[in-house]
Design a protein around this ligand. Structure first.
Ligand code: RP5
Length: 183
């Protein structure tokens, strides 16, 4: 992840992982200022051994780059796209309009934002029929990573087992806390 994020503002990069040759998930964001939020998605994917690429694609500042990314991702072997943006967050929806891949949108709350990320949430979630974006909670890039894992896991038995183990781990953690509380 460190290697991927250090080059994030310049070009497509690949983070570690073991599922296949190239990255299976593309993580894109409107600005490198979104990285502190979006890196949680890359961390989850790394935890599950899913290879990803991390880069900046701005719907407003680099529209041609957005077209190129969205139109080519599936041809490069990407199987799901996580797209985060703040403010007038058009990136996830526009990418979804141009790719056949599942797109997971992350509303980002930029530092010093006046609207608490609600502007980004509404920009991302209110998609018209026919162009779906699976939208997670404001700032919850970890859930975007987990959803991408689940999408891939539906066709990868080994990944499915890792997701089941992750869920069981969560259950045991909560039960442990409940036991301690009740003791
Ligand atoms: C959005 O504007 C980006 O996704 C970011 O959340 C926000 C601020 O971008 P910068 O001005 O920090 O580059 O497009």
């Amino acid at each position: 992840i460190e290697a991927a994020t250090s080059r994030v503002a310049t070009e497509l990069t690949q983070a570690g992982g073991s599922s296949g040759d190239g990255p299976a998930v593309g993580i894109i964001m409107g600005s490198d200022s979104d990285l502190p939020t979006m890196k949680a998605a890359a961390e989850v994917l790394e935890e599950f051994g899913v290879a990803c690429e991390v880069t900046v694609v701005s719907a407003h500042r680099t529209p041609e780059r957005m077209f190129e990314y969205a139109r080519s991702a599936h041809k490069r072997g990407i199987r799901a796209i996580i797209a985060g943006a703040g403010g007038a967050a058009h990136l996830p929806g526009m990418v979804a309009a141009m790719t056949p891949l599942p797109v997971i949108g992350v509303p980002v709350k930029p530092a010093g934002a006046h609207l608490d990320g609600v502007d980004a949430l509404l920009s991302i979630v209110q998609m018209p029929r026919g162009v779906p974006v699976a939208t997670v909670a404001v700032g919850n890039a970890a859930n975007a990573g987990l959803l991408a894992v689940r999408i891939l896991a539906s066709a990868e038995p080994a990944l499915l087992q890792r997701m089941l183990a992750y869920q069981e781990g969560m259950t045991q953690t909560v039960l442990g806390k409940a036991e301690r509380l009740e003791a």
